[in-house]
Design a protein around this ligand. Structure first.
Ligand SMILES: C[S@@+](CC[C@H](N)C(=O)[O-])C[C@H]1O[C@@H](n2cnc3c(N)ncnc32)[C@H](O)[C@@H]1O
Length: 268
């Protein structure tokens, strides 16, 4: 694992403001967060009680999607943008369990994610993991940095789980997906999750307003049509754009329906 910035204390670490990566870690039952993250996380939970189920369903979706891609679609390269703090079953662990030679590039712009990723996201011997400290708003820089580890002339799974919701401008978010997809080979995939006020997520409106006034980075929900438009020109795999808790679950293992879209699409 390596990173692209000097390994020094990062002045971007703000322990007094709740940060998404740390609050997400709190909701997932992790230990890598500060008191302020717990306080804001609890306030959001009081307004939108299913947020922990959303976080768990999102991670379970990641596991199923990466398993499908490595096992059935033959994908050996993953570009995971908006990695989050390492938790159980990170992308490289799921992929390399199936294909030890899988190569993964993780991208996040949270300095604490960088520190933990450096220590914990270590590759199998046959494969590779690399960490890039970059902003999702700059897809060209991400592709450029990924090129050292991934062969972009071969299919890549672009993982965009819970990240486009931090790109507030929908046109900009669409352009980012387009630019990433344009930069990878035919036969590549996009894996995406995104919060919505549909699917029973109306309660999240108040919680997101609270978040945007008290935490960082600011977030937005999107409609089914807006999320679908990110994937224009791609082949959307069955079962389509659904609650991520309903994407290819085995009978009996579906958790509660959550207001987080999940989808996998293929570049023709
Ligand atoms: C909700 S977490 C999702 C983590 C993981 N993808 C998952 O699905 O469990 C979002 C992650 O995106 C990162 N993030 C937010 N805005 C970002 C940006 N502009 N560029 C890069 N990463 C960003 C946060 O630091 C956080 O780690």
């Amino acid at each position: 694992m390596s990173d692209d910035r000097a390994q020094q204390p990062d002045e971007r670490i703000a322990a007094h403001i709740a940060h998404n990566a740390r609050v997400w870690n709190y909701w997932l039952g992790g230990k890598d967060h500060y008191e302020v993250d717990e306080q804001v996380g609890d306030m959001v939970t009081s307004m939108y009680p299913s947020i922990r189920e959303v976080a768990r369903a999102d991670r379970a979706f990641l596991g199923r999607a990466v398993t499908f891609l490595a096992q059935e679609a033959g994908i050996r390269q993953f570009l995971d943008i908006g990695t989050g703090l390492p938790t159980a079953d990170n992308t490289h662990e799921v992929a390399q369990r199936i294909a030890p030679d899988a190569r993964i590039v993780y991208v996040d712009n949270d300095p604490i994610v960088l520190t933990h990723a450096r220590a914990l996201l270590t590759s199998s011997f046959a494969g590779a993991t690399h960490y890039v400290d970059a902003d999702a708003h700059d897809p060209r820089a991400i592709l450029e940095a990924a090129r050292g580890t991934l062969d972009l002339d071969k299919p890549v799974a672009i993982m965009l789980l819970g990240i486009l919701n931090f790109v507030l401008d929908t046109e900009k978010a669409t352009a980012i997906v387009r630019s990433l997809v344009d930069g990878v080979a035919s036969g590549s995939y996009v894996v995406l999750t995104h919060p919505t006020l549909e699917l029973g997520g109306e309660g999240n409106e108040e919680a997101m307003k609270f978040w945007n006034e008290n935490a960082t980075p600011p977030i937005t929900a999107r409609t089914r049509a807006e999320v679908a438009a990110f994937l224009d020109g791609l082949e959307i795999l069955e079962p389509g754009l659904v609650s991520c808790a309903r994407w290819r679950t085995e009978r009996g293992e579906e958790g509660p329906l959550v207001a987080q879209f999940g989808v996998v699409a293929r570049k023709p």
